[in-house]
Design a protein. Structure first.
Length: 540
C-alpha cells in the first residue's frame, strides 16, 4: 500500500535512528517473512550495528528531572534490575498510577521518591504551563515528526481514493443496510445450495461406514454401540462441516476485504438507539462465531453497565455451534426458500435481542451509552491464503469438538437410551413377535411388514422406558407448551454440553433402521414422521 501510494520511506535509516532493524513485508502475500526470521536470528546473535539503545532528548528541564529521580531510585537494586531507572523516572514524571503503586510496594524509600518526583513535576508544570503527561507526550511526537521529516517523502500527487467512493455506496444512509441484508441472504443461500453437494458425499460415506460395521460385527451390544451410538451421533454432526466452511468463507471474506468494519459502522447508530455502546457490536458480532470469546471481548467496554448489558444480549446471537441444528431442522421442515428461512432465524434472534436490550435500557440500565469512533480500514483484496487459514482453523476446531465433547456425549446418550433392555412393555411386544412368526394364516409379505412394524415399536418402546426416556419424561411437562415430547426435551438438555450434541442426540433417539436412505436423510424423514407416542399432544 505504501508503494502504490507513491510515498517513500527510508526504513533502513529510520531503523538506525530508533536502534531497531526495520523489515518491509506484505504479510497477506508472504513477502518478506523469511527476511523477518533471518533478522530476528541476527538480532539474537547480537550482530554488530543492528540494534542500539537510544533515548529521546526531552530538553534540559525534563532531563534534569529524570536524572534527579533516577538518583533516589537507584538505591533499590531489585526494582532497577527489573525495570530501567530512566523508564521509571519518566513514568513518575507522568504521574502514572500503576508505577506509583508498584514503587510503593517494592521500594524502601518510596516517600523520598514521591517527594522528589512531586517537586520535579511542579518545576516542569510551571515552565511549560501544561500537565507533565502532555509535556512528555508532545516531546515524543516531536521526536516522531523529526524522524519522519528525515526519512519519509510523501507523494507529490495522491491517487484517487477509491475507498471513499465505495464507502459512499456501501455506508449510504439508505442503501447501506439493504446491501448488507442482500449480502447476508447470498451467504446463507449459498451455505445451503453449494453445501448440499459435499454434504451428500459425506452422508454416503457415513452410511457406507455404518453398513460395513453392521456386517463386520455380530449383532449385539458392541455393534449397536458403534453403529447407533458413535457413528450415528458423530456422523449426524460431521455432515454439516461443508456448511460451516462455506459460512466462515464468507465471514473471512468480509473481514479481509474490510467490509466487516463497514457493517459495524452501518449498525452503530442502531446500537445507540437500543441503549448499547457502539463498541458492543464487536462482541455481538463475535457472538455469531462463539459466545465464549464474545463475552470475553466485552472487557474492551469501559463502563460496567455496558459490559453486563452486552453480555446479556450475546446469547441471542446465533453462534456457529447452533448452525448444524438450524440446518437439520430447516432441511427437515422447509423444502423451499431454505436460505431465506435460515436468514430469518438469525434475524429473529437479533430482533429479540434488541427488544430485550430496549427493555433493560429502560429498567435496570438507565444510562446514556458513550460515543464510539471506529476506524474504517482500507479495502483490500482477500487472499486465498488468509481465507484458507481462517476456514482451516474453524474446521479444525469443529473436528476437535467432534472428537471430544460430541463423541463422549454420543456414548453417554447411547448408553442411557440402550439400558435397560427389557421391561414389561417390550416383553409384551416380544410375545407379539413370536405369535406373528408362528401365524401361518399370514402371507410372507404380511408377516414381513408386521415383524418390521413390531421391531420398530419395540425399539421406540425400549427407548421410552430407558434411563434417558425416564429423564425425558421428568422434564417433558416443562417443555410441553412448546410442542416438545420427551425425546426433544432430552436433546435440548444435552445441548448444555455443546450445541452440536443436539444433532447427535437426535441421530440416536430418532434412529431410523432403514438402510436405503443415507444417515442424514433418514434422520430428516424420522423427524417429519415423528408422532406423540404417549400422553396428550399440545393443541398447537
Amino acid at each position: 500500500e505504501l508503494s502504490k501510494s507513491g510515498d517513500q520511506l527510508n526504513y533502513q535509516y529510520l531503523g538506525q535512528m530508533l536502534g531497531i532493524p526495520f523489515v518491509p513485508t506484505t504479510a497477506n502475500k508472504g513477502i518478506g517473512i523469511h527476511h523477518v526470521i533471518d533478522t530476528i536470528i541476527d538480532v539474537y546473535e547480537e550482530k554488530k550495528g543492528l540494534t542500539k539503545h537510544i533515548h529521546i532528548n526531552y530538553g534540559n528541564t525534563i532531563e534534569t528531572a529524570i536524572t534527579k529521580i533516577k538518583q533516589v531510585l537507584n538505591v533499590n537494586s531489585a526494582v532497577i534490575d527489573a525495570y530501567a531507572s530512566r523508564y521509571l523516572a519518566i513514568k513518575l514524571i507522568e504521574n502514572e498510577k500503576s508505577i506509583n503503586a508498584l514503587l510503593q510496594k517494592e521500594t524502601v524509600n518510596f516517600s523520598m521518591i514521591e517527594q522528589v518526583a512531586e517537586k520535579q513535576r511542579k518545576i516542569i508544570t510551571d515552565e511549560y504551563h501544561e500537565d507533565t503527561e502532555t509535556v512528555i507526550t508532545n516531546a515524543k511526537y516531536g521526536f516522531i515528526r523529526g524522524a519522519l521529516k528525515e526519512t519519509y517523502i510523501p507523494a507529490t500527487t495522491k491517487a484517487v481514493d477509491r475507498a471513499t467512493k465505495i464507502d459512499n455506496l456501501l455506508t449510504n444512509k439508505w442503501l447501506g443496510f439493504p446491501i448488507l441484508l442482500v449480502f447476508l441472504w447470498i451467504m446463507f443461500q449459498t451455505t445451503f445450495t453449494l453445501g448440499a453437494y459435499p454434504q451428500t458425499w459425506i452422508e454416503m460415506g457415513v452410511d457406507a461406514l455404518s453398513n460395513w460395521m453392521t456386517q463386520l460385527l455380530p449383532q449385539g451390544l458392541l455393534n449397536d454401540f458403534l453403529v447407533n451410538g458413535i457413528i450415528a451421533g458423530v456422523g449426524g454432526v460431521i455432515v454439516f462441516l461443508p456448511n460451516i466452511l462455506i459460512l466462515f468463507f464468507f465471514i473471512s471474506l468480509m473481514e479481509d476485504t474490510g467490509y466487516m468494519a463497514r457493517a459495524t459502522f452501518i449498525l452503530d447508530k442502531m446500537m445507540h438507539r437500543i441503549g448499547l455502546h457502539g463498541r458492543s457490536f464487536i462482541p455481538l458480532l463475535t457472538g455469531f462465531g462463539c459466545s465464549v470469546p464474545a463475552i470475553m471481548a466485552t472487557r474492551t467496554l469501559e463502563n460496567k453497565k455496558d459490559r453486563i448489558l452486552t453480555m446479556l444480549i450475546i446469547p441471542f446471537m446465533s453462534c456457529s455451534a447452533k448452525l448444524p441444528v438450524y440446518l437439520l431442522l430447516v432441511s427437515a421442515f422447509f423444502t423451499q426458500y431454505q436460505g431465506l428461512i435460515l436468514l430469518s432465524i438469525y434475524i429473529i434472534g437479533i430482533i429479540v435481542g434488541i427488544l430485550v436490550a430496549i427493555l433493560l435500557k429502560n429498567t435496570a440500565f438507565k444510562k446514556e451509552s458513550e460515543q464510539f469512533v471506529m476506524e474504517l480500514p482500507p479495502y483490500r483484496k482477500a487472499t486465498l491464503r488468509n481465507t484458507g487459514m481462517h476456514m482451516w482453523n474453524k474446521s479444525a476446531e469443529y473436528l476437535k469438538k467432534m472428537g471430544t465433547v460430541i463423541l463422549i456425549a454420543s456414548a453417554i446418550i447411547w448408553a442411557l437410551s440402550y439400558f435397560p433392555q427389557h421391561n414389561i412393555k417390550t416383553q409384551e411386544i416380544d410375545h407379539q413377535i413370536t405369535q406373528c412368526q408362528l401365524n401361518n394364516n399370514l402371507t410372507d409379505l404380511q408377516k414381513s411388514d408386521s415383524l418390521a412394524h413390531l421391531s420398530q415399536l419395540k425399539h421406540a418402546t425400549q427407548q421410552e422406558y430407558s434411563y434417558i426416556g425416564r429423564l425425558g419424561k421428568i422434564i417433558e411437562p416443562v417443555l410441553r407448551p412448546l410442542g416438545f415430547d420427551w425425546k426433544m426435551s432430552v436433546c435440548i438438555l444435552t445441548g448444555f454440553a455443546a450445541k452440536e450434541t443436539v444433532v447427535s442426540s437426535m441421530s440416536i433417539l430418532y434412529h431410523n433402521n432403514s438402510s436405503n436412505d443415507d444417515e442424514n436423510s433418514a434422520l430428516i424423514q424420522a423427524l417429519r414422521s415423528e408422532k406423540y407416542s404417549s400422553g396428550n399432544a399440545p393443541d398447537n
